[in-house]
Design a protein around this ligand. Structure first.
Ligand code: PHE
Ligand code: CO
Length: 259
């Protein structure tokens, strides 16, 4: 697949300068429009941890300066943002997460991609992922995930671990006192699926099951038909804490499950 970012200036770890001054006026305006549309939905459908964090960010005026956000993030949970040209190889991605650096794509979608985009852009990465890095438990979980990714590479189990990422970090739901809410970044940054995942009667909403998530294939080009629901980030941290080595060994011989 051809990626659309500019990788020519990336360092060995795939990081780039954000070069904030090169964003055009129309790009800041488009980011602001995306932010405003999503801001009407998140109070109804996003989990409380995300809502609390975004309030302290003051990032809706245009494409944010990663350095300024990183300063706040470092103080709160020790994470920072690293600017990248787009999707990066597994080893670079896991290494950043294992070092408490979250890779955020520098480019923004085009106006005609307002509702739907194939590759993650700065709006998805920033709005969807970054606020939860302010939650200490979520932050520790993602750090563990990064270390687990490097281990999964050695065990040839990245496919299984990537499914878990999909069903938690990207499309996870959570039980809250106000009902089911989204914490997955793919949901929180989506104009359509955010309300759908919480309110539509059709998709399955299963209690989180680690082995089932590791085994279930996913579809990247439509709303999900199955979501996994956690009780809390503490539950997610606990459920993913055991050594996955024997789990990978056992699941490897079983067929994958349809989405
Ligand atoms: N505990 C997992 C392992 O041993 C790593 C992991 C942590 C995976 C958190 C996902 C989330 O491989
Ligand atoms: Co994402």
């Amino acid at each position: 697949m051809a990626l659309r970012g500019d990788y020519s200036r990336a360092a060995a770890d795939f990081s780039v300068e954000q070069d904030w001054s090169s964003y055009r006026c129309e790009e800041h305006a488009l980011f602001k429009r995306l932010y405003e549309r999503q801001s009407k939905l998140v109070p109804l459908y996003a989990c409380p941890e995300w809502i609390t964090a975004i309030a302290g960010l003051d990032a809706g005026a245009g494409v944010p300066k990663f350095n300024e956000i990183s300063k706040k993030l470092r103080a709160k949970t020790g994470w920072e943002i690293v600017a990248v040209p787009g999707l990066i190889p597994d080893v670079a991605f896991f290494t950043h997460l294992a070092g408490r650096r979250f890779p955020v794509t520098v480019w923004l979608r085009k106006p005609e991609e307002f509702d739907y985009i194939v590759e993650p852009d700065v709006f998805h990465d920033f709005f969807g992922h970054v606020p939860l890095l302010f939650d200490p438990v979520y932050a520790d979980h993602l750090h563990e995930y990064g270390k687990g990714g490097l281990k999964a590479m050695r065990l040839d189990a990245v496919r299984m671990l990537a499914r878990l990422y999909w069903y938690t970090i990207e499309f996870g739901l959570m039980k809250t006192p106000d009902g089911i809410r989204a914490y997955g970044a793919g949901l929180i940054s989506s104009g359509g699926e955010l309300a759908y995942c919480v309110t539509d009667p059709n998709p399955r909403r299963l209690d989180f099951d680690l082995e089932k998530a590791l085994r279930t294939d996913y579809q990247i080009d439509r709303y999900q038909t199955t979501y996994f629901v956690i009780d809390s980030f503490a539950q997610l941290l606990r459920a993913t804490a055991p050594d996955f080595t024997p789990i990978y060994a056992r699941l490897r011989s079983l067929p994958s499950l349809a989405p």
